[in-house]
Design a protein around this ligand. Structure first.
Ligand code: UDX
Length: 438
């Protein structure tokens, strides 16, 4: 199959690279000439484990190429994937579809034959209908079939998720378009049993939002249970295990923490609420989730302040991990942003270490001093706070940390250290949803 991938963001670049690795011929198109130039040099615009090697091997094999020229990219394509951004529109939280529609128009004008147009960007219900309308406006686009194929990959595990998905969702009622999609995803069904779920287009569009909203609800649920655990002397990790072993609940996404962030959950829950509002069908559970999660990120700053005795004026706090989760350099809606703001507002000085996030974090956190290592962030600080659970923080020498801290306090917002281990090192540990000691 010949595939054009419009947009080389997270989803576009990973999908393009993986499709080429399946053996398809893929051209990735982006308007950003600098990005394309970097990709030509083998430099990845994002940090994602394994991506650079995957891109390099497929470029070398002649199956993957990059261009700023959309017309050249879509020439002769069997399928054109739209994987451009759908950010929250400033002001109202609706998904901003201007990039999707602009891409659709340009694709329509440049098609050279019948093609399947696939929206991979996360788009609100009904977007496919609009893309189809745009196709019909131009003679060259009139024969195109418009399909929804949402992407469920997670940042940091993107290649693994793409190549071994739980399911592939394809939204179209058109049999020919289904055949093209079957051919594209055939390598997945050969090696393993990833089911392709064929649905109507609107259903497929909604599946993506419903999945993300459900996961956001699940995280937020366990976060609230964590708060209750702290009050009643229970342990949220044991509660999560105890409920997660019930297959109907499942053990994943039950890790209590400082609240979800990232490029998807915050934006997609808001967009879903807009769709619900427009259709006069309130989704109260999702509404509550958004509110609880926003409040939680701020509350985590107060939690640190409380653990430090209530007054942090003139104190220094070391932070480990700034990105919204490990194995990414993504700072979008990261809980660290709210936590640092709360600590600085209360008069503290913050220093921080993150294995990959510095470049993105620096402009967002202008008053933070960036440390060279986890130990440097602890050196001379009044407390050390783990905000993101990078693997590099899982086996720290706690004795060394204790010796470097002015006050032996470790606030572990991801519960990666058992209290006994911290105690042995002479550190006071404050976790999330843990019974209070002493
Ligand atoms: C998510 C979805 O998982 C993915 O299917 C979709 O395509 C895009 O959005 P991603 O944003 O990359 O992926 O990260 P994910 O691993 O899902 O984590 C999202 C946020 O939830 C992070 O801030 C993470 O720290 C938090 N989280 C996740 C928890 O706090 N607890 C958990 O148990 C799981």
């Amino acid at each position: 199959m010949r595939i054009a991938m419009i947009g080389t963001g997270y989803v576009g670049l990973v999908s393009g690279a993986c499709f080429s690795d399946f053996g398809h011929e893929v051209v990735c198109v982006d308007k950003d000439a600098r990005k394309i130039e970097l990709l030509h040099q083998g430099v990845m615009p994002i940090y994602e484990p394994g991506l650079e090697a995957l891109v390099a091997s497929n470029v070398k094999a002649g199956r993957l190429s990059f261009t700023t020229d959309l017309a050249e990219g879509v020439k002769g394509a069997d399928a054109v994937f739209i994987a451009v951004g759908t950010p929250s529109r400033r002001g109202d939280g609706h998904a901003d579809l201007s990039y999707v529609f602009a891409a659709a128009r340009e694709i329509a004008e440049n098609l050279t034959g019948p093609a399947v147009i696939v929206t991979k960007s996360t788009v609100p219900v009904g977007t496919g209908d609009e893309v189809e309308r745009i196709m019909r406006e131009v003679a060259s686009g009139a024969g195109a079939k418009v399909v929804s194929n949402p992407e469920f990959l997670r940042e940091g595990a993107a290649i693994e998720d793409f190549k071994r998905p739980d399911r592939v969702v394809v939204g179209t009622d058109d049999e020919e378009a289904r055949d093209v999609m079957r051919a594209i995803y055939r390598p997945l069904s050969l090696n393993q049993s990833a089911p392709i779920l064929f649905t109507g287009r609107r259903t497929s569009e909604l599946i993506k939002y419903a999945a993300n909203a459900f996961l956001a609800v699940k995280i937020t649920f366990i976060n609230e249970i964590a708060d209750l655990c702290e009050e009643v002397g229970a342990d949220v990790q044991e509660v999560a295990r105890g409920i997660g072993l019930d297959n109907r609940i499942g053990s994943k996404f039950l890790h209590a923490g400082p609240g979800y962030g990232g490029s998807c959950f915050p934006k997609d829950t808001l967009a879903l609420l807009k769709t619900a509002g427009d259709n006069e069908t309130p989704l109260r559970i999702v509404e509550a989730t958004v509110q609880v999660n926003d409040a939680r990120k701020r509350a985590m700053g107060r939690k640190v302040i409380k653990a430090m005795g209530g007054d942090v004026r003139g104190k220094t706090i070391g932070i480990l991990g700034l990105t919204f989760k490990p194995n990414t350099d993504d700072m979008r809606d990261a809980p660290s942003l709210s936590i640092v703001a709360a600590l600085e507002d209360a008069g503290a000085t913050v220093k921080a270490y993150d294995p990959e996030g510095f470049e993105q974090a620096r402009p967002l956190l202008p008053n933070v001093e960036f440390s060279e290592s986890a130990y440097a962030a602890a050196d001379g600080a009044d407390a050390l706070v783990i905000v993101t659970e990078w693997d590099a923080f899982r086996a720290l020498d706690l004795g060394r940390i204790k010796a470097m801290l002015k006050t032996p306090l470790l606030v572990d917002l991801r519960n990666i250290y058992p209290p006994a281990e911290a105690e042995r090192a002479g550190l006071k540990l404050v976790g999330v949803g843990k019974p209070k000691h002493g």
